[in-house]
Design a protein around this ligand. Sequence first.
Ligand code: SF4
Length: 189
Amino acid sequence: MQNSTHHVVSLIERLGRIARGVQHSEGMKPAQWEALRFLSRANRYSRNPGALADFLTSTRGTVSQTLITLEKKGYVLRKINPGDGRGKHLELTDAGREAVERDPMRKIESAVAALGEDRVLAEKLKSILGELISDSGCKGFGVCEHCIHFCANGAAADINGPHRCGLSGDPLDHNEVVRICREHQEIAA
Ligand code: SF4
């Protein structure tokens, strides 16, 4: 059992190294690709430097350097946050979205896809990740469907609905509910 555990941990470590290696691409570093990927998947409450730092488990200073590089490349725009007028809101530019289409992690995705869909493996990896996140006190992130604050069809009559976030009170459309959120709180099993 112990050997099998060590073997799995060793495989995860090796996969992590390979995943980082393939992301030294187009003159970019893994953290820069991770930031682009995050911004392409994050919801409106999470497209900001603080949430990006939480997701990358990095410092604000390091994330700031990453964003400066991505801005210089024309991939990211920093705007005043429309929510409170103080913080910064991040958006991908068209060039940033095109870069995400060339994401070098697609090589890994192809290798995983070649195995066929495996929900058991996905659930086990999710469980390991959840435990490590909980131990480290990091933000979990997740989508609305599995969040305690999600009110399905809670804004059925609203043009920006039909769903609602119970935490912010905002209506959510179908595109928004599949995006990852910093405020997500997993429904207890
Ligand atoms: S329902 Fe949960 S995951 Fe969805 S926007 Fe609200 S806090 Fe975020």
